[in-house]
Design a protein around this ligand. Sequence first.
Ligand code: ADP
Length: 397
Amino acid sequence: MVKVMAVNAGSSSLKFQLFDMPSEKVICNGLVERIGMDMGNFTIKHDGEKKSVEQPFPDHGVAVDALLKALISEGIVKELSEINAVGHRIVQGGAYFADSAIVDDDVEAKVEELCDLAPLHNPAHLIGYRAFKKALPGVEHVFTFDTAFHQTMDEASYMYALPYEYYTKYKVRKYGAHGTSHKYVSEQAIKLLGNPETSKVIVCHLGNGASLTAVKNGKCYDTSMGLTPLAGVMMGTRCGTVDPSIMPYLCEKTGMTPQEMLNVYNKQSGMLGVSGISSDARDIEAAYNEGNERAILTSNLYARTVAKYIGAYFVELGGCDAIAFTAGLGENSSYIRDLCIKECSEALGVKLDAEKNAIRSDQAREISAADSAIKVYVIPTNEEVMIARDTVRLLGL
Ligand code: ADP
């Protein structure tokens, strides 16, 4: 029996799941929030019980120590040496990593170098990694990259129509994001299709952040996020792809710097910006049901941008066998799924079964109508299990 800790460290949070492998059973999971703030919170779930403590966590090192102590005091492990390996989620792996990697000095240096491309994420991942490395000496670590799955895109999918030297000199190209989720969900969709020899799947990862991926025969063919996770469809607070000239135009009109405007693009746009209500799809849905015009516009704009990518990927893939919805909205928001599919229906012959779409469940399921030209699935994502699987595979555990 092998125990693998899957870690997702953010700038002020640390999520974890301890897996028993190869059974993939979750032994415990939880998170530390508000690291570095006056008061933090630590939650751990084990054997159906949930415990929370409020205390300050000045840095990630303190958070990791508290987590490891809790594993012992809760009787989850007898000794920390029972943890065989730690796998870490890393947002940006650039063009260096087409697969997860066992961490050594070179891998660590590359992730450090890529902080430029993911300034909000990679530094936090490295802090989390170093805290675990210190607390568990001698344990091996694996990095699983959100970008790795997208490395199979060809130049025609990942290049921007900018002067070529920006690509060679500054690495400006599309890297994509949510790759671990897209990989997991597309694999599940292919299984639901009955493991055909060839397959064309479109994955809609619709969470706070949102991206779509065209998957041909299990490999990423195109994806909607770009150099950064700002591109593509509109999201909770991110605008997605907009006319690039809007940036200088608005900077001149508002007196904001490009960096300030970028902050608006990232944090005050998307569902929040258009609706003026909230970034949360649940609030938008409630307002939509009350007939709020801005909520109706927000929902329609969201569905249409998703549908435009589905249409584009249908063309790029030369057809589509299945559309799979995942992440917060994709898994839970039946009205958003309904609006997205309705936008595609006439052109693609895809239709939902209204009753199946309304079912709430945490199981992977089909929601398309019997006469739909394309299968539609809801598939709860599981990035953590992918991290644990890759950790076991690479370390030969
Ligand atoms: P993140 O990108 O932060 O991982 P998630 O995948 O957890 O995001 O998605 C979070 C979003 O999912 C929330 O902001 C909310 O809009 C949406 N969401 C979560 N639960 C529901 C629900 N029951 N109904 C509709 N939308 C939901």
